[in-house]
Ligand binder design. Structure first.
Ligand SMILES: Nc1ncnc2c1ncn2[C@@H]1O[C@H](COP(=O)(O)OP(=O)(O)O)[C@@H](O)[C@H]1O
Ligand SMILES: [Mg+2]
Length: 252
């Protein structure tokens, strides 16, 4: 009995590791064609942190195993040796690298984290939004299809779209956003193409994964960014879209 429990925990821990943000990123990074759509990402280390901040200015630190925006920290360089750290809707301004490092260490408490280039997400009425795109396949040999998508608009003051976000149609989000004039159908097509390519690649490495929910960022220049691939995407938000206005049937 004890052995079984031990084995079971070992299997669970391996499954979690294999589907961590870092593992999925490494797999996606393995496909050359996807490189332009992946924000620069590395495991969080103290040395790497300063190099990344210098290069990108603002970073998102995310637990390797996390969901719903929990534990996400944004770090930005404000001016010379002055930084701002944001978690949920709280911001702290700190002077000096040591103070920042101590604060991050306290907030991450030895959990594994990745650090990622922060994408300046497109905005709707000054609130950032991103997209959830759900792809499904009937079995490991069948092709993936996009079965639904919606846009998540962040609550005022938040940098993650998970927290009490507003769920709206992708078309509406793009048309009323600050994205430079672009054909909406063209951009949606591009998003679908990127997600299907990423799904094909992930599906090859995770043969049992017949459903994937992508979090897709768009920036002001209409560039498509893969923020994360969820292996257990919630279907609930689709219920918040008006029935007749649904772009795709999420359950087909
Ligand atoms: N690199 C990034 N640039 C801009 N926003 C990001 C980035 N990473 C995450 N976010 C924001 O935080 C949200 C949650 O991050 P995500 O990687 O999806 O983790 P979780 O598993 O907690 O949902 C995203 O939907 C997006 O709004
Ligand atoms: Mg997410």
């Amino acid at each position: 009995m004890r052995f079984d429990l031990f084995e079971m925990n070992k299997i669970k821990s391996n499954v979690r590791k294999r589907s961590s943000k870092w593992s999925k990123y490494k797999i996606l990074k393995g496909m050359k064609k996807l490189a332009p759509f992946l924000p620069a990402t590395k495991r969080l280390t103290s040395r790497g942190l300063w190099h990344f901040i210098e290069k990108y200015g603002t970073l998102m630190l995310k637990p390797c195993i996390g969901h719903s925006g929990y534990g996400i920290i944004q770090v930005s360089l404000l001016e010379e040796d002055r930084y701002v750290i944001q978690a949920e809707n709280r911001k702290i301004i700190l002077d000096g690298k040591q103070a920042v490092y101590d604060q991050i260490e306290e907030m991450t408490r030895n959990r594994s984290y990745i650090m990622q280039q922060c994408i300046p997400l497109a905005q709707l009425e000054k609130r950032p939004f991103d997209l959830r795109v759900v792809v499904k396949r009937n079995n490991r040999c069948a092709p993936y299809r996009v079965t639904g998508m919606f846009a998540k608009v962040a609550e005022e003051g938040y940098m993650v779209t998970n927290v009490s976000s507003q769920i709206i149609l992708v078309k509406t989000a793009i048309e009323y956003s600050n994205i430079e004039p672009v054909s909406t159908p063209y951009l949606i097509k591009k998003v679908r193409r990127v997600c299907l390519l990423a799904a094909k690649h992930l599906g090859f490495h995770y043969p049992l994964q017949n459903i994937i929910g992508f979090d897709i960022g768009l920036d002001g220049n209409a560039h498509v960014w893969i923020i994360e691939a969820n292996f257990e995407p919630s279907m609930k938000p689709f219920g918040l879209l008006k029935e007749r206005a649904k772009l795709y049937d999420p359950f087909s």
